[in-house]
Write a protein that binds this ligand. Structure first.
Ligand code: ADP
Length: 635
């Protein structure tokens, strides 16, 4: 019998398929198993239409049979099988999907189940008509034996190169058997692995664990042989055992009440490679324009590589229980990148390779919904289990803060209630809402101090007056903190104010006037000090925010010294323009002494005050040796 050519420019398409559509050859198994599962669904559906006689749901199976001797991997199913015509049309025409046609027929009126009868549970997977051909990535020859319920058996055969043949064949059962003769191994390509139990088992686990019919395989098992005899070692023998490789019903498709916390925890540990249980588990089921189930986990600790580029963000994506993608990034915003888990939806418009998704509307809708669920869950945790939330925040608070700051704050509003900062007054973390609720009646702003450590923030001279007034101070110790608050600008209508801001808004008109007068009185001295520190500070001025310390250093204009430090520390930062202002406490004895000093002594004092203020601001001494000499001299 002459070979028939593949239709529809199939050869070129086939070539393209084999070489470019799929990035991983191993997915061929997923495709063939999905086809088998679809075929069983079709047979089951047909049986239901006839009144459900004949086979029971549990009679259906998919079987894998590897054979080293013949170098073949056989996939057998007892699904609907294919007629000669279907073998011709569905396998002979690439990109023709019998499954899609079936799906469409089912959706046509008249084909739907009669009223009163439950719709049979069919959830077919295929629809592109290319999956089958992926097998040519690993096989040099494919034979498909098939028979339908009331037809004759046939065998379809092709080596993928130049066409195929279809011949009658007395296949004894209803269903399909696909025999792949694997390609020879070559450098970098180990096709023989698809004959190994281990590889097949893990591929089924990875991609097809939730296919609804049992995927069986005979496995070699070593078992004790007979009773152990006294004084002799136990003898073993190898027997073949029929095992089911897949778990069939996904955890997330079982009813909520049926799944225990422990089961979720185990599932998380096994699938997301954590030795610890998740901090929290969220299950989401949505029925609507886009239906899906999601199972989300928040880990207890950040993985070691979480803040590196190598960290793989995203959720696993399933379409009807078949894994499509291991880490779909589009499902999670960056700031919730710590969430692990999966989404399963029957409504995704998959692209041809079932590997990547088009950035489609469904996906966006799901992502949008999920981020709200995650935010709500975190809020709930914050309100009902503060300790747990603190654990979360310790691990991933930085992510949330980056989220507030990122992209000029487009998500700031959405995330602001999740923020925590250390409160100087409470000695623990507080939310912004808690801060505002505890504000004194006359307090107008939310005050914060940024520094390298808690001690640095608490000891900041600039915050002395704020704290003396009894106002609380938020201590910002993460680099991103101040940037985040600046993006937010205010919370519950209270503006944020850095302790280092030029005007803290704490002085009354009278106090301001008094300060102006004092400045005028000391005009000469301030001028001289400015000259003494020429090239180091842009200005020397008096300040009433210092109550204990004599001096402090500030940045001029909008940039704080902390922000300056952060920006300077960035790779390729280059020169960041920064002007310093030295503020002095006119009530301090040291300041009062300055006026009495000779020019040369004053210059030394000024230098000392400036360097000391640098230290208080967390900046390095400009010349440590000179500084130490100066201190000794003045002692
Ligand atoms: P898809 O599964 O996306 O439709 P395939 O190329 O994988 O595309 O398969 C083409 C068609 O061949 C299927 O739609 C189905 O009609 C038929 N087919 C493939 N495998 C089987 C099988 N094991 N049993 C019955 N029909 C099958």
């Amino acid at each position: 019998m002459a070979k028939k050519q593949f239709k529809a420019e199939s050869k070129r398409l086939l070539d393209m398929m084999i070489h470019s559509i799929y990035t991983h050859k191993e997915i061929f198994l997923r495709e063939l198993i999905s086809n088998a599962s679809d075929a069983i669904d079709k047979r089951y559906y047909a049986a239901m239409q006839k009144g459900g006689e004949g086979m029971d749901r549990s009679d259906y199976f998919i079987r894998l049979t590897p054979s080293e001797t013949t170098r073949t991997l056989t996939i057998t199913d007892n699904g609907c099988g294919m007629t000669e015509k279907e073998l011709e049309e569905d396998l002979g025409t690439i990109a023709k999907s019998g499954t899609l046609a079936f799906k469409e027929a089912m959706e046509r009126p008249g084909e739907a189940p009669e009223e009163g009868k439950a719709a049979p549970e069919v959830d077919v997977i295929g629809q592109f008509g290319v999956g089958f051909y992926s097998a040519f990535m690993v096989a040099k020859n494919i034979k498909v034996y098939s028979r339908t319920e009331d037809g004759e058996g046939h065998v379809w055969e092709s080596d993928g190169q130049d066409g195929y043949t279809v011949k009658p064949f007395d296949y004894p059962a209803v269903g399909t058997q696909i025999v792949l003769t694997l390609k020879d191994d070559e450098e970098g390509e180990d096709y023989s692995q698809y004959l190994r139990e281990y590889t097949l088992t893990s591929l089924v686990k990875k991609y097809s664990d939730y296919v609804r019919y049992p995927i069986r395989m005979m496995e070699e098992k070593r078992v004790p042989k007979g009773e152990k005899e006294e004084g002799k070692p136990q003898e073993y023998e190898t027997v073949m055992e029929d095992v089911v490789l897949n778990s069939m019903v996904p955890l997330w498709k079982r009813s909520k009440s049926e799944v225990t916390e422990e089961e979720y925890a185990r599932f998380y540990r096994d699938n997301f490679f954590d030795i610890e249980d998740p901090l929290t588990t969220v299950r989401v089921s949505v029925e609507g324009a886009v239906s899906y189930t999601a199972l989300l986990f928040i880990p207890q600790k950040a993985p070691w590589d979480f803040f590196t580029k190598g960290y793989k963000r995203g959720l696993k994506l399933y379409s009807n229980g078949v894994m499509i993608m291991d880490a779909c990034e589009d499902l999670l915003p960056d700031y919730f990148g710590f969430v692990k888990g999966l989404v399963d939806s029957p409504d995704l418009s998959l692209n041809i390779s079932r590997e990547m998704l088009q950035h489609d509307r469904q996906l966006k809708a799901i992502a949008n919904n999920l981020k709200k669920k995650i935010q709500a869950e975190l809020k709930r945790m914050l309100e009902s289990d503060r300790e747990k939330y603190e654990t979360f925040y310790k691990a991933f608070g930085q992510s949330v803060k980056f989220g507030v700051y990122d992209q000029y704050g487009v998500n700031a509003d959405f995330l602001k209630d999740l923020l925590l900062f250390h409160s100087a007054r409470e000695g623990k973390n507080v939310t912004l809402h808690e801060y505002v609720a505890a504000m004194a009646e006359d307090q107008k702003a939310i005050y914060y101090a940024a520094g390298d450590s808690l001690a640095h923030c608490l000891g900041l001279p600039q915050a002395e007056l704020i704290r003396e007034k009894g106002y609380d101070l938020l201590c910002l110790t993460d680099d991103v903190d101040e940037f985040a608050l600046r993006v937010l600008m205010s919370f519950e209508e209270k503006p944020f104010k850095a302790a280092t801001d030029e005007d803290l808004g704490l002085s009354s008109e009278e106090e301001k006037k008094a300060m102006e007068e004092k400045t005028a009185e000391n005009k000469d001295l301030l001028e001289k000090l400015k000259e003494d520190l020429a090239g180091k500070v842009k200005e020397v001025k008096l300040s009433d925010r210092l109550t204990k310390s004599v001096a402090c250093l500030n940045g001029e204009g909008g940039m704080s010294i902390e922000m300056y430090k952060t920006l300077t520390a960035m790779p390729n930062a280059g020169e960041i323009p920064m002007a310093f202002v030295l503020e002095l406490n006119p009530e301090h004895p040291v300041f009062q002494k300055l006026a009495t000093l000779s020019d040369s002594d004053r210059k030394e004092y000024a230098e000392l005050l400036y360097q000391q203020a640098r230290l208080m601001a967390g900046l390095p001494l400009e010349d440590p040796a000179a500084f130490s000499e100066l201190v000794c001299k003045l002692m």
